[in-house]
Structure formats: structure tokens, C-alpha cells
Design a protein around this ligand. Sequence first.
Ligand SMILES: O=C(O)C(=O)C[C@H](O)C(=O)CO
Ligand SMILES: [Zn+2]
Length: 278
Amino acid sequence: MTMKILYGAGPQDVKGYDTEQLRAEFLVEDLFRPDSVSFTYTHVDRLILGGAVPVSKTLEFGSGEDIGTSHLLSAREMGIANLGGPGTITVDGQSFDLNNRDVLYVGRGARVLKASSVSAERPARFYMNSVPAGADVPHRLITQAESKPLDLGDARRSNKRQLRMYIHPEVAPSCLLLMGITDLAEGSIWNTMPPHLHERRMEAYCYFDLSEEDRVIHLMGRPEETRHLIVADGNAVLSPAWSIHMGAGTGPYAFVWGMTGENQEYNDVTPVALSELK
Ligand SMILES: O=C(O)C(=O)C[C@H](O)C(=O)CO
Ligand SMILES: [Zn+2]
């Protein structure tokens, strides 16, 4: 298990960043490695992003030694989305089978987690978001069918997409974590249109289901001072409260969005007109 730490950067820092620095602060590239569990701890609202890809063995994790607590989830909750083939997550002996696009909510206090795949030919690809939690909420599997869909966008504007809420007060409660998956409709390329800011929450996007040669051009930054990140399959992007977030793909893609902060009001956002972007 690995744990990388990012300390977070503000809009003034980003003004002087070159591509390498921007990517080092805002892009997480090494989440999904065969038979490994990789975590990145960001001081942006203390979100931990993780990836686990069990291929030839069961992967065990949950120790808190890298973050100074007895267990990783002693004071945290976690969402685990399966972006790959069928697999199983066991939480302190309780097993949950996750198909592609199912999400498991793991409540505070979990100690030992195990991740396994049904088949090494099509391994599970578990993507994790964990945030500090102030209460115990029961573990719960949310299948894709149980998630709440929202149809957004317009094919004529190349931004038709379906957003599914999984960890959300109307679907499955948590303390402060929100998590969902957005799938672009065939032929649409733009996500998160119009772009927005949410002063009371940070967000992380993990782009997946891209082909090896395709990329998402992710836009970030203050509306009047945008930057871009060129993102490949399985890469995650951090979006602090001060940053817009939107992207366009060169081919089909989907993404997991996770949020935490002051509230769980999904609609507590400030849209940014495209005419304001620079
Ligand atoms: O395509 C979209 O629109 C999204 O998925 C938006 C994200 O859910 C988001 O940015 C929530 O604040
Ligand atoms: Zn957002």
C-alpha cells in the first residue's frame, strides 16, 4: 500500500505554475496498478483518493499508520466505486459483491478491508474517496439500479450525459461524502456544462472508460485565469472550491465525481457563464 501526500495550492500559486507543477498538484496518475493499493492524501478538505486492482490475489488494506490513526477509517468514511469487472469488497468479514458501476459506502470504524476480483482476465478496478466523518453510518452497497439518475445536457451542444447519484442524502446517507458517476451520451464530449464553482465543497473527478489513445482536456482554475490538464484513463483531478471544472474528451469516457466540505447540497453551486472564462 502506498500513500502520497499533496499539500494543496491556491489560485495565486497556480498563476506561476508550469505544466509539471500543475500536474503534480492537481493530477493523480498512479491509482490503478495491478495487485496494488495506492492512496493519495490531499490537504484539500483532507480527501483521500485510492485505487485497488486485485488481479492474482486478494488485496488487504485499512491500516491507519500513514495517517496517524489506528485504522484508515477510524475517523473517516469511504466510498468505493467499481470501474472494472465484478469483484468483492469485504469489510471486517462482511462481503459485498460489486458489479461495474456499483458503489459501496463504508462507514466510520471499519478496520480491515479486502478487495478481490471474480476473474483475473477482467479484474475489478476499485476507486476510493475517503473523507473525515463525525458519526457512524452503516456500510451499504448501492447498485447502479439503486442510484438516482439525472439526465443533463443536449446532444446538439455535444454535452448530453447521465449523472447518477449514489452516496447522496436522497439515495444513501453519509456524513459529508457525496459520490456519483456521470456517463457521456454517444457523440457528446463535454461534461459539466455550464461549468460552476462551489465555494462550500471541493471535488475530485476520476476519468475512466477512455481508450488508451484518447484523452480528456480538463479545464480548471479561476474563471478568469483557466488552466488545462490533459488526462488519461484512470487519472483523477482535484478541484478545490475556488476552481471551475469541466472537460471535453477526444473519445467516449465517463467519470466518478466525489465531493466533501461544508454541506451535501448538490445544487449549492454558482454557475459560470462561458463568456466569463478566460
Ligand atoms: O457532468 C456533470 O454536470 C457533472 O457530473 C457535474 C458534477 O457532478 C459536479 O461538478 C458536481 O458539482
Ligand atoms: Zn462541481
